[in-house]
Ligand binder design. Structure first.
Ligand SMILES: Nc1ncnc2c1ncn2[C@@H]1O[C@H](COP(=O)(O)OP(=O)(O)OP(=O)(O)O)[C@@H](O)[C@H]1O
Ligand SMILES: [Mg+2]
Length: 233
């Protein structure tokens, strides 16, 4: 008789791009994440879905090493980040991870080109190489001609395409995106989603995207439902 594959916890950290194991988190006395297990394979695209307040953004911040979970472990590309100090976590994040926020969160004082180049420099590229890579990916998202403008001088869709460029310029292994099209109208949302998915695939990155949008989930390999801080099984 055939045996079913075991439905155990996350695969060993070495074989995954992201391994979240029995993660708990609380900001106050109220538990927000309650024992999350989640593994994302290299190149895999996973949508995180669930009601407002269920813990999607918190889980992404934990995966990025921006927040340290109250309990449990997080590994990115086999590096156990939950045991590291904030400087070491930032170093792993800058090299390995790209983050797309709902409202872009570009640096207002810097041009689009410098915003993108900064991410490449923080990942270790010399300035000249960072600018070359920034121009390359801004061209790819159709914004090379607007590279000298600041985020406040372009449309919301253009700013979000720049945010996608910034998240991918350093060829991260893992892209984390928190409602990346949530602030855009349908047409701009579709354009940003297309670019993000294409660039993630071209650059062999994995994607973990929190979304309320079925069109985004449809572009992923699988959907992980979160309910009240736990994976919906
Ligand atoms: N900095 C914080 N301090 C205290 N509580 C917080 C903080 N950030 C989030 N929370 C709480 O944690 C819970 C989960 O929030 P989170 O932002 O992760 O939800 P979400 O699933 O991303 O929701 P949405 O779909 O609305 O973006 C919520 O109850 C929220 O109020
Ligand atoms: Mg959220």
């Amino acid at each position: 008789m055939a045996t079913l594959a075991p439905q155990g916890p996350a695969a060993p950290a070495g074989s995954t791009c992201l391994a979240v194991t029995d993660v708990h988190h609380q900001y106050t006395s109220e538990p927000v994440l309650r024992g999350i297990d989640l593994a994302v394979a290299p190149g895999e695209r996973v949508a995180l879905m669930g009601p407002s307040g269920c813990g999607k953004s918190t889980l992404l911040l934990v995966a990025a090493g921006i927040l340290v979970p109250t309990a449990g472990s997080v590994s990115v590309c086999g590096e156990l980040i939950s045991g590291l100090g904030s400087d070491e976590r930032a170093a792993v994040r800058r090299r390995r991870v790209g983050f797309v926020f709902q409202f872009g969160e570009l640096v207002a004082e810097l041009s689009l080109r410098d915003n993108v180049a900064l991410a490449a420099e923080l990942a270790g590229a010399p300035r000249r190489e960072a600018l070359r890579d920034a121009d390359g990916i801004l061209d790819r998202v159709g914004l090379l001609a607007l590279g000298r403008r600041k985020p406040g001088e372009v449309s919301g869709g253009q700013a979000q395409r720049s945010a996608v460029a910034r998240a991918l310029v350093h060829r991260p292994s893992l892209v984390l995106a928190d409602e990346p099209t949530g602030a855009l109208d349908r047409e701009n949302a579709a354009a940003v989603l297309d670019l993000m998915v294409e660039l993630v695939a071209e650059r062999d990155a994995a994607l973990l995207v929190a979304t309320h949008d079925d069109a985004t989930a449809d572009r992923c390999d699988r959907v992980v439902g979160i309910i009240d801080g736990a994976v919906d099984r």
